[in-house]
Every structure is written in C-alpha cells, then in structure tokens.
Design a protein around this ligand. Sequence first.
Ligand code: TRP
Length: 463
Amino acid sequence: MKTGERANFGSKIGIVLASAGSAVGLGNIWRFPCETGENGGAAFLLVYLLCVLVLGVPIMIAEFLIGRHSHANTASAYKILSPGTPWRWVGRMGVLAGFLILSYYAVVAGWTLDYTVQAVANRFNVMAASDPTGQVFTEYFARFVADPWWPVVYLALFLLMTHLVIVKGVEKGIERSSKILMPVLFLILVVLVFCSLSMPGAAAGMEFLLKPDFSKVDSRVVLSAMGQAFFSMSLGMGCLCTYASYFRSDANLAKTALSVGLIDTCVAVMAGLIIFPTVFSVASLTPEAGPSLVFIALPNIFQAAFGGVPVLAYLFSVMFYVLLVVASLTSTISLHEVVTAYLSETYHLSRAKAARLVTAGCLVLGCLCSLSMGVFKEYTVFGMNFFDLFDYVTAKLMLPLGGMLIAFFAGWVLDRRIVWGEVTNEGSIRFRGFQLFIFILKFVAPVGIGLVFLNELGLFRWL
Ligand code: TRP
C-alpha cells in the first residue's frame, strides 16, 4: 500500500469513535477492575486518573501526530521521520508488543464468546437457580479456563472474526459499527451501574473504589496504574499511530485525544462501579480475585439485579456479553491492523497474506497462553504462567517503555515545526498549552516513567 492508496476514515466523529473503539475494550471492563482490586482500590484509581491526564493524553497526541504526519505504519513512521537512526526500533518494538498483546487478549476475548453462548442458551439463569450463593459461577469459570479444548476453540473463532474484518479492510466496517455500538455500550453500562448500586454490598464497593488509602501507594501500584493507563488507552506501541495514519488532515488531534481519553476513563470507572458493589455483595468473591473477577461477578450481577424477572436477566446478560464481544473485537482489530499494516507495507505482501501470517502466529501463541491456565499450569517463568507473563511483559514493560520513547521522540527529536503544524493543522486551529504539552513530552513523561521503572527494578534501594 502506498501513501496515495491509503484509506481514510470518513468523518471526524468516525475518527473519535474508531479510536475509542480501539481504546474501549477488555482493558476497561476486565483488566481495570482486576488491577484496581489487586492494587487496593481508590488509591490506585487516583494514580490511574493522574496517569491518564498527565501522561496518557499528551502521549496519545504524540502518537497521533507521528502517524498522521508520516502516513505509514508505525515502524515505517520512524524511518520516514528520522531516517537512518535506531528510532525505527521503537516502531518495531511496538509491532512486537501488538502481536504479543493480541495473542493473550484474544484468549480473554474468546472467553467472552463462550459467555455469550451460555447467556443465549440461558445457562446462567439455570445455574443461578441451582445455587443462590453464586458459588456456581466461580466453579464454572475455573472449570472453563482450565479446559484444554473450549477456550482454544473460542480463541480460534475470535481470531477468525478479527481476521475477516481485517482482510475486508477496516474503514467502513470499523467506523460504521463503532458509531452504532459505542453509544449502545454506554447506555447498557449506565443501566448496569444503577442495578449494581442497588445491591446490598454497594456501600462497601463504592468505598473500596472511591475512598483512597494512600499508605497503599508504592512503586508497584504506580507502575501498575501507569501500565493500565497505557493499556486501556491503547498507547505505547503505535496502535493509535497506525490509526492516525488514516486520519484526514482536518481532524483536530488534541480534541480527539481528549475525547478518547474521557470516553475510555468513563467506561473504566463505570465498569468499576458495576463490579465492586457486586463483589462486596457476593460472599464467594474478593476484590483481589484477579483475572477471574469480572467473569464471576458479571453473571452474578445479572441474576441478583433481575433475578425476579428472568426475562430481563436473560436479555441483559445476552446484550452485555454481545457488547463485550464487540468492544473486544474493535480492540483486537486495531491490534491486528498494526501488525498487518507493518508486514504488508514492509515486506510488500498482500493484505490478505499479511493478515494470515498474523492470525496464524497469534493462534499459536494464544494457545500457549490459554493452555497455561490448565494443562501447562506447571510451566512458569519468574513464577508466572505464560498468560501472566505476556501480560506483565507487555503492559508493565513494553508499553511504558514505548510511551517513554514516543514522548521523547516527539519532544526532542521531531522538528518542532512538524509538531506545531500537526497539532494546529498548519495554524488553522488553536492549541492552548503548547508549551506545557512540549514540557510534558520532553521532561515529565520520560523522567516520570523512567523513575517508576528504576524504582521497580529496585535500583533506589542502594542509594
Ligand atoms: N485498549 C484496549 C482495551 O482497553 C486494548 C488495546 C487495543 C491495546 N490496542 C492496544 C492495548 C494497544 C495496548 C496497546 O481493551
């Protein structure tokens, strides 16, 4: 694909919604509550919000401007903007991160497919009727993820769905579906927040999410919050950089980044408001439950909220899981697109061939991650199974490192006139706070992220 042939998103609102579609996904509804639960609740939330505002939004603008100015996939973007320098490795690391994230993300996305099937088959209502304590959902989840077959089948199915959209080309598909599905997702979330807040544990859940205990904040919490902010906003690996290469020249980059950040954060907080009241209402759940949290809490909440009216419980759970699938799909598409665009543009492969390579590679790695919950449980690296290892290496190492380098690149290396030209659309729109933006890119982001890293590696212990 040459620059001239590159597709564009059609409208400004389409740009916001497609980027929000990439950002909003399992990261908000599954990973955010899980990280918040494991890191002590409200204090984590505060650090997270700070990371979104101070690091996330400026770095998103930086990714946007790198992508739109170069009109290329993320690895080529650095080659075009800074030819002959090692900066191209930042782009390549991003492509690798995208590949690894897609591999384990698709496993969890596969779980949502199974949950959709179960919801459609009315299995959750039947399970709830057999065991009012909700324990049955805990057992179901544990049994399902450890199964050697079904999660792999759903993983393959999910990758296939992603593959089909990518092969067809994403412009019309992503943009059009995002315009309809994102508002619907939002509406359903609002309804579920109200349901969840009426549960018996609502007060305890709200307190956990909203009343900070700062004694819990240490470098591990800050690194987790930062990693989560990058993960949730699809930052640090050129995902939005690739999307921005399809933006039109009149898109307002700063406004788009702010809108995407806002939408993404709202959805995450709403997911928290849905999950934690439920967690504190169900005896068998604790906030530290980890990746299983959402999958156990959600079936419970539908039953608890609408149990008296089975039709509603049925409808809502079906709708919710379908939306979860769709939210994950818009995210897996954006991850797949990064790697596919790179392979096809760099190695001059057809889009279909590049996509096949990506899908096949992710299937192999994804199987490994999926099986590491069951048959391969004994195989661990640094005490983590493959699934947790992939998550750690990408979200806690590659994304923050990528974010740091992207900020550094836009702040120090890229010609200031290019940066200014992109954020103001060549002077035709205003960009308030340009100096602050540059200051963050040059100093705050690289130093801040660097310090958290060094601290995490234990280097300050010797000082
Ligand atoms: N942000 C998405 C989510 O919250 C996942 C995702 C898509 C992602 N593209 C990414 C994460 C790029 C990290 C980097 O579910």
